[in-house]
Design a protein. Structure first.
Length: 254
């Protein structure tokens, strides 16, 4: 059976399906920190940048430790909320304190186990899995949650997906960053290959102790590009706030 281009992209996105425990460094880091109150280094690698580290403690941050775009996203959330790529559940828990109905999803079984132990309605589901077809008033994609799209070419499927999941009058709240600053020279020029892919498309792998994950694509998208695609697919795109370091919070509605 030959798939058309759209079906190929959907299939590719769904192949990033459920993360196996032996290939889930972030899940192991979250699980260990939850159980022991401390964790080792969660190492991050990319062919485009030097090795980096995610402090695991930040994945369990409280409201006053969250950057302003995340805090505003929580304030703007309403109705039934879908928390996408919820990790340890820190955003879900804050919304639950406010009396909101929240469903959290993640492709990490270990992360979902932690969230359930913390009292969150969490499910092991890929955002692009079309068998998941419930309706939500707010889709929350915090911590650059739109990164799961991977590449700009996948944005049409992203907008089709959120149309499927949003209730009438619903909204998507997402934060992202314009990472062109990474390529800026001292004279203000940019070392960006205009003949290459979009500069916000990054490849990553992670490692926690001896657990190594598989390579994955991650998307950082500037607001103008997001707005252009949103308009093309029938969405209104509103910038709610600028963050302190080239980041922003956006609201999508249609």
């Amino acid at each position: 059976m030959v798939l058309n281009a759209k079906e190929n992209l959907i299939t590719k996105l769904k192949m990033k399906s459920i993360t196996k425990n032996d290939k889930d460094p972030m899940g192991h880091a979250i699980s260990e920190y939850y159980k022991k109150g401390k964790a080792a280094k969660l190492r991050v690698f990319s062919s485009q940048f030097y090795e980096d580290e995610i402090p695991v403690k930040t994945l369990f941050r409280k409201l006053d430790e969250m950057p302003m775009p995340e805090q505003m996203a929580l304030d703007l959330s309403r109705g039934r909320v879908l928390d996408v790529g919820a990790g340890s559940g820190c955003h879900s828990l804050e919304l639950m304190k406010r009396g909101m109905e929240v469903t959290a999803i993640d492709i990490s079984e270990l992360s979902v186990e932690v969230m359930r132990e913390r009292g969150v309605d969490a499910r092991v589901i890929n955002f692009f899995d079309q068998t998941f077809n419930e309706k939500f008033d707010t889709i929350l994609m915090a911590m650059n949650g739109i990164g799961i799209v991977g590449k700009v070419e996948n944005l049409p499927n992203f907008f089709a997906r959120i149309k499927d999941l949003l209730a009438d009058g619903g909204q998507v709240l997402l934060d992202s960053s314009d990472i062109r600053y990474v390529f800026e020279n001292e004279d203000g020029s940019f070392d960006i290959n205009l003949n290459g892919g979009y500069y916000g498309e990054i490849d990553y792998t992670m490692q926690y102790r001896s657990i190594k994950g598989e390579e994955f694509d991650w998307l950082y998208i500037d607001f103008d590009t997001l707005s252009m695609y949103a308009e093309k697919y029938g969405f209104k795109c509103e910038k709610c706030i600028n963050g302190e370091h080239y980041d922003y919070l956006a609201r999508l509605s249609y």
